[in-house]
Design a protein around this ligand. Structure first.
Ligand SMILES: Cc1ncc(COP(=O)(O)O)c(C=O)c1O
Length: 259
């Protein structure tokens, strides 16, 4: 939503949830260390869920964390993480095996120690992309929200297909052809996958902003394994592809072409 310069209406979601007695949960998988209106992500709604998957800014191989200010919920989660045990031979609730292994915890701690360096590295990558793609017609490297904290975890590019002369999908296909692992992120939309697609077949009609994002967002490589040399190479390729858009289009397979 920030792509269009509009702030997320988290406050409105809070209001709707409290009016209707609903539980408000946020998927904060990728948002560790970011803020919204000056408040760190992790403190909104009844609970927020972070991912520590290897692709995330804090990496414990697999795993994550639930952040909540609700003590009763926190206790319930702690219990269910360990099969519902509260003491030896004492099971009081339905549970699962969601404990973090020692090796994952050790890995998570090392990335927590390096968090500031990882963010600084990603910020440099973002700034290099923004500088090297500046002025490419139809492409806009989306910046962080003003006065908010960002972890620079993603480099998101907004693709205006009409101006570029290639759709986002065509651009992704051309980059992937050159072994650049550009992605459409997040794709497909939640409402386009099962079970939601079958349960709510008309949901898409009410989601014009989601649909616009699904068609326009390009995600470029970043992270600590990527530095200025790789970023410059990717930007050079992007410029080459966009500069030769009609010829690139002609050579793409029909499946990856814009309708
Ligand atoms: C927005 C979002 N939600 C959920 C997930 C899933 O996280 P995990 O792989 O830790 O289950 C991801 C990870 O890719 C994500 O980016």
């Amino acid at each position: 939503v920030h792509l269009w310069g509009r702030a997320c209406d988290i406050e409105q979601l809070h209001q709707i949830a409290s009016e209707h007695g609903l539980f408000l949960l946020f998927d904060a998988a990728h948002a560790f260390g970011c803020s919204h209106r000056g408040r760190l992500i992790g403190s909104f709604g009844h609970a927020e869920v972070f991912s520590f998957h290897a692709t995330k800014v804090i990496n414990s191989f697999e795993g994550g964390a639930v952040a909540t200010n609700d003590d009763a919920l926190a206790e319930k989660l702690r219990t269910s993480r360990n099969f519902g045990f509260v003491g030896p031979d004492q099971v009081v609730a339905l549970g699962t095996n969601a404990k973090m292994s020692e090796i994952s915890a050790a890995m998570g701690l090392t990335s927590l120690e390096d968090f500031d360096d990882i963010v600084a590295h990603n910020q440099r990558n973002y700034e290099t992309y923004a500088a090297l793609l500046d002025g490419v017609p139809g492409l806009r490297v989306c910046g962080p929200v003003a006065n908010e904290r960002s972890n620079y975890h993603y480099v998101v590019v907004d693709v205006d297909a009409a101006t570029v002369g290639l759709s986002r999908d065509e651009l992704v296909a051309a980059l992937q052809h050159e072994n650049v692992l550009a992605r459409r992120y997040f794709y497909p939309g939640c409402h386009e996958v099962e079970p939601y697609r079958s349960l709510y077949p008309d949901a898409g009609k009410n989601l014009p902003v989601s649909h616009a994002l699904l068609d326009r967002v390009l995600q470029l490589l970043t992270g600590t394994a990527v530095g200025p040399t790789e970023v410059a190479a990717v930007c050079g390729l992007v410029r080459l592809i966009v500069g030769a858009a009609p010829a690139v289009r002609d050579r793409l397979t029909p499946a990856s072409k814009m309708p």
